[in-house]
Design a protein around this ligand. Structure first.
Ligand SMILES: C[S@@+](CC[C@H](N)C(=O)[O-])C[C@H]1O[C@@H](n2cnc3c(N)ncnc32)[C@H](O)[C@@H]1O
Length: 319
């Protein structure tokens, strides 16, 4: 790096809600996420957010371009530089998309697909508002791996409906880790559905994406008889059971990814879960030995005696 430039980690410039770090292109995120349309970055930096006159991203040849570079810096060089008159040089920031070693245990030979998904989330997912910029740092443990380890609870060949898939969590990591599953992503918001379609296409994943709400009749018609429903950060357990249990066959399961609130929710919503057809409930920890913080899942089985119009009719094959 050139002398005369003080290297600062991009993240240090961030004010709340503004992403200045990220894989690939910090300037791009500034432009997209924070900078008023059309305003030169130089002026934006001069606003007291960064007390500096000139900023640039490192180019692949290492030379300061003089002004803001629009070249995407190479991975591992996610540093934003401010001309400051101080002879200091920074280390390149860690690439948050580098998978941790445990990722190979979870995804095996399909790890490259998981890396591509993590990168899509971190780059386009942030810009498209699917995940917050602060999530990029913890994309693996809190999102991709946290979701994929739920596959421990899914027998081979099951059809799984991911209710309220949003950014594709947990459905897409599950589909990557377990190509034997038939994964259906269910999401009502058009913008998110478009994102899910883009990701499925980019990754070449054979999966169905259904636009709708779990409780809608037409959705029930289409998805009833699934083996399991997954849901993360969608609704309190009572509502989730009312929405999702009608989508699974008798004996099938709702897998609700919950955090520390799992036990409390299960106690609080026991009556509603039972009224929705849930017969056996338990709290299971997934990913022990892989994740520092294993994923807590509330597992609710749908009772054999419960009925809805299509329950069990659409089973793919006898299991
Ligand atoms: C907070 S986001 C969580 C997204 C994703 N599961 C995750 O963990 O990142 C909740 C998602 O549930 C969807 N959602 C809300 N109500 C729903 C319903 N009745 N049926 C299906 N999806 C629903 C929302 O559109 C949104 O995408």
């Amino acid at each position: 790096m050139a002398a005369g430039y003080v290297g600062l980690e991009a993240g240090r410039f961030a004010s709340p809600g503004i992403l200045l770090h990220g894989p690939g292109a910090p300037w791009f995120h500034v432009k997209q996420a924070a900078r008023p349309r059309g305003e030169p970055l130089r002026r934006w930096l001069g606003r007291g957010v960064v007390p500096a006159a000139e900023a640039w991203c490192p180019r692949s040849d290492g030379a300061p371009p003089g002004g803001v570079s629009r070249e995407t810096p190479p991975v591992g060089a996610l540093t934003f530089h401010v001309k400051h008159g101080v002879d200091e040089v920074s280390e390149p920031a860690r690439d948050p998309i580098q998978p941790p070693p445990v990722a190979e245990r979870v995804f095996g030979l399909r790890l490259p697909l998981a890396v591509r998904y993590a990168r899509l989330l971190a780059e386009h997912g942030v810009v498209r508002g699917l995940i917050g910029p602060r999530e990029v740092e913890r994309i693996w443990d809190r999102h991709v791996l946290n979701s994929a380890v739920v596959s421990e609870l899914l027998p081979e060949g099951w059809r799984v409906v991911d209710v309220g898939s949003g950014a594709g969590l947990p459905g897409i990591p599950l589909a990557i880790a377990r190509p034997d599953l038939e994964v259906v992503l269910l999401e009502p918001m058009a913008r998110r559905v478009a994102w899910l379609e883009d990701v499925a296409w980019e990754l070449g994943l054979a999966m169905s994406i259904v636009r709708g709400r779990a409780e809608e009749g037409v959705v029930r018609e289409r998805l009833a008889g699934s083996d399991a429903a997954t849901a993360r950060a969608v609704a309190p357990l009572a509502r989730l059971a009312q929405w999702s249990l009608p989508l699974v066959r008798p004996g099938g399961r709702l897998l609700a990814l919950k955090g520390a609130s799992a036990a409390e929710e299960l106690t609080r919503d026991a009556a509603a879960v039972s009224a929705a057809g849930g017969v056996r409930s338990e709290i299971v920890s997934c990913g022990g030995g892989v994740l520092d913080a294993p994923t807590t899942v509330v597992v609710i089985e749908r009772g054999a005696g419960t009925s809805d119009r299509d329950g069990g009719r659409r089973r793919r094959k006898d299991r």
